[in-house]
Design a protein around this ligand. Structure first.
Ligand code: NIG
Ligand code: FE
Length: 412
């Protein structure tokens, strides 16, 4: 190595490496980037003497990995504000779903939208995530529930990857609900057969997701979807045990799931199965909050069994119309009892693991992709502290080693 492309000096670093002592904090540190990757990291005093093309003075700001929102439904049309009102008038979420509302309402609106409309609707949502430091976002299908509409959602997500200044990871969620226009068994056949074939043929999905619940896919139906995913060589993940304990977490763990998400009703046996499989627990406090749930996910069991926890927005028009990763971290702390450090790990290192990307991003380590965020804060916990001030804390966002013009505010 004979030069660095860029270095950041006059910064404190929070590396988020899982085995770090002192929470991975390096005061008065420096970080160097070359060819889009982190080339050196450490104390500024130890920075090797090397030609540098660009020096960034962080003026005492904190440098963290870019945030990763590992569970969103950011591509959709319409809204469900009417159902929000109904729920506040006392109608439960499951009752709304059973009489054809809920996910199916968003399916109607999403089927009616073309590719350009889906992209245009999602763009400002991603812009909000970006303004609060997100550099990688996962986006699911699941509001099409017919082949062409599912493909369109995933194509929209891929198009957003090209247009937005962030990485987009996709999940095929055909197994999100049942459409009104097909018998149940036929729809399971469609999802596991022609629909998944078409998705895989176009390389549109990085993983296969499902919703295993009384109002959605049964465990047996979910298992069929996972078998079909396995046959295509695609990793799986699951909306599991959100509203009741269906044994979803244990089922997904048997398939080596990358993550199980929601998990309010997961039993200790489910947690143990996740621990054995190395499955990440993605907690989604936005949905818990919006649905005014009472049952908390078993955070202490995750800790005791060594199940890593990720935190995500679950951005969607029904259960979690939330586009603030920092608010998600705050809620994970206040509602679920995570420490601020756990919440930060949940949006960096363990969110990367939930997407199968832990070798490539999620921490500040030499060789990893240089997705970085620079924050004007007194300590990392401050990112979990303010309500609605996140975009003012973000000084700079760096994607694959390149400072992003969209959020550059000028340092010092
Ligand atoms: O993650 N739980 C299932 N799916 C979404 C909600 C979808 C919706 O209500 O539109 C979730 O909460
Ligand atoms: Fe979800």
């Amino acid at each position: 190595m004979d030069h660095f492309d860029r270095i950041w000096v006059n910064v404190h670093l929070a590396t988020m490496t899982p085995d770090a002592t002192e929470r991975g904090e390096i005061r008065d540190g420096a970080l160097a980037v070359r060819d889009g990757r982190i080339a050196w990291i450490g104390r500024r005093a130890d920075l090797p003497d090397m030609p540098v093309m660009e020096v960034h003075d962080g003026a005492g700001a904190w440098l963290l990995p870019g945030l990763i929102d590992c569970h969103t439904h950011a591509v959709f049309a319409g809204d469900r504000c009417g159902e929000f009102e109904e729920r506040l008038e006392g109608v439960p979420y499951v009752d709304i779903a059973r009489r054809g509302g809920g996910i199916r309402r968003t399916v109607e609106a999403t089927r009616a939208a073309d590719l350009e409309a889906l992209v245009a609707l999602a763009r400002p949502r991603l812009a909000r995530l970006l303004a609060e430091g997100v550099t990688t976002v996962e986006i699911k299908s699941g509001y099409g529930l017919e082949t062409q509409a599912e493909l369109r959602m995933l194509r929209a997500a891929r198009a957003l990857q090209r247009a937005a200044d962030m990485s987009v990871v996709t999940s095929f969620l055909g197994a999100h609900a049942f459409p009104v226009d097909l018998p149940r068994a036929d729809y399971v056949d469609l999802v596991c057969g022609p629909m998944l074939d078409a998705v895989a043929a176009e390389g549109l999905a990085d993983a296969v997701d499902g919703f295993c619940e009384g109002i959605a896919f049964s465990p047996a139906e979910t298992e069929r979807v996972f078998q079909a995913a396995r046959a295509k060589g695609l990793p799986v993940k699951l909306h599991a045990d959100q509203l009741s304990d269906t044994g979803g977490a244990a089922l997904a763990a048997r398939f080596g799931a990358l993550s199980c998400d929601h998990l309010e009703y997961t039993s200790e046996a489910g947690v143990r199965a996740m621990a054995e499989a190395g499955t990440v627990a993605v907690v989604l406090p936005g949905a818990f909050y919006m649905l005014r749930e009472k049952q908390l996910p078993p955070i202490d069991l995750f800790r005791r069994h060594g199940v890593p926890m990720a935190v995500a927005t679950d951005a969607n028009p029904g259960s979690s119309p939330m586009l603030s990763p920092l608010l998600a971290m705050n809620m994970a702390c206040i509602l679920f009892g995570l420490t601020p450090y756990e919440a930060l790990q949940g949006m960096t290192v363990y969110a990367a693991r939930a997407l199968g990307l832990e070798k490539d991003r999620g921490t500040l380590e030499v060789g990893k992709r240089a997705d970085l965020t620079l924050w004007r804060i007194s300590r990392p916990a401050e990112l979990c502290y303010w309500l609605g001030f996140g975009d003012r804390l973000l000084v700079e966002r760096v994607v694959a080693g390149r400072p992003s013009a969209a959020t550059r505010r000028g340092l010092g």
